[in-house]
Design a protein around this ligand. Structure first.
Ligand SMILES: Cc1ncc(COP(=O)(O)O)c(C=O)c1O
Length: 197
C-alpha cells in the first residue's frame, strides 16, 4: 500500500502580493465606496491585462466557467464541439449548458493535451469548433489545431484556465484561436482570489 504524503504536495501555489501594497489598494476601494459594477480597479485591471496580452478585445468575468459559456454564445457554436476529457468539468459543462454535444478526443501521453493526430477523425457535418485545454499551462499544438480548423471551417475556443503568462514563440498564448479563457480562480498561480477573463 502507498504511504500517504507526510506533507501536502502542491502542483502549484498562488502568487500573493505584498500585504501592505494590497492594503493601500483596498483603502482606495473603500474611499471610492464602489465595490462592484465596473469600478476603477476593474477598469485598471482590464487595461493592464490588454496591454500585457496585446489583446484588443478583453473582458473580466465573475469566473472562468461563465466566460466559457458566454464564449460559446459569442462564437455561435452549436451541434458538436471536439474537446478533451482530461480537464476540469467546466470545459464540457460550458458546452452542455449551451445544448452542444462535447465530442471527446483522446490525449497525448506526454503532454496530457488533446492529441492533434486524432482530431480530424472526429469531425462530422455537425462539428462547429475545437475546444482544447492547455493542461497545467503546457501549450497545445496551436499551429496544427489552427490548420485543422481552417481546413474544416471550425472555430477554436481555448480553455486556457491554467495558462496565464504562457507564450508560444514570444506570443501570448491568447493570441491563438478565436477566443481564450484564463481562470483567475484562487487555485491558479496568477489569480484575483476569484474572477476570470
Ligand atoms: C481547465 C479548467 N477549465 C475551466 C475552469 C473553470 O474556471 P473557474 O474556476 O474560474 O470557473 C478551471 C478551474 O479550475 C479549469 O481548471
Amino acid at each position: 500500500m502507498l504511504e500517504p504524503f507526510a506533507k501536502p504536495f502542491y502542483i502549484t501555489q498562488p502568487l500573493l502580493p505584498d500585504m501592505d501594497e494590497l492594503n493601500e489598494m483596498l483603502k482606495e476601494i473603500w474611499a471610492s465606496k464602489q465595490l462592484s459594477n465596473n469600478g476603477n480597479m476593474v477598469k485598471q485591471l482590464e487595461k493592464d491585462l490588454s496591454s500585457y496580452l496585446g489583446a484588443n478585445y478583453l473582458s473580466v468575468f465573475s469566473n472562468g466557467t461563465v466566460a466559457l459559456q458566454l464564449a460559446c454564445k459569442v462564437l455561435r457554436l452549436s451541434g458538436e464541439v471536439i474537446t478533451t476529457p482530461f480537464t476540469f468539468a467546466a470545459t464540457a459543462h460550458s458546452l452542455v449548458w449551451n445544448d452542444i454535444k462535447p465530442v471527446f478526443c483522446d490525449i497525448e501521453e506526454d503532454s496530457f493535451n488533446i492529441d492533434t493526430d486524432q482530431i480530424e477523425s472526429l469531425v462530422t457535418e455537425k462539428t462547429t469548433a475545437i475546444m482544447p485545454v492547455h493542461v497545467f499551462g503546457y501549450p497545445c499544438n496551436v499551429d496544427k489545431i489552427q490548420q485543422i480548423a481552417d481546413k474544416y471551417g471550425l472555430k477554436v475556443l481555448y480553455d486556457a484556465a491554467h495558462a496565464f503568462g504562457v507564450k508560444v514563440n514570444g506570443k501570448p498564448i491568447s493570441g491563438f484561436g478565436d477566443i481564450s479563457m484564463f481562470s483567475f480562480h484562487a487555485t491558479k498561480i496568477f489569480h484575483t482570489i476569484e474572477g476570470e477573463l
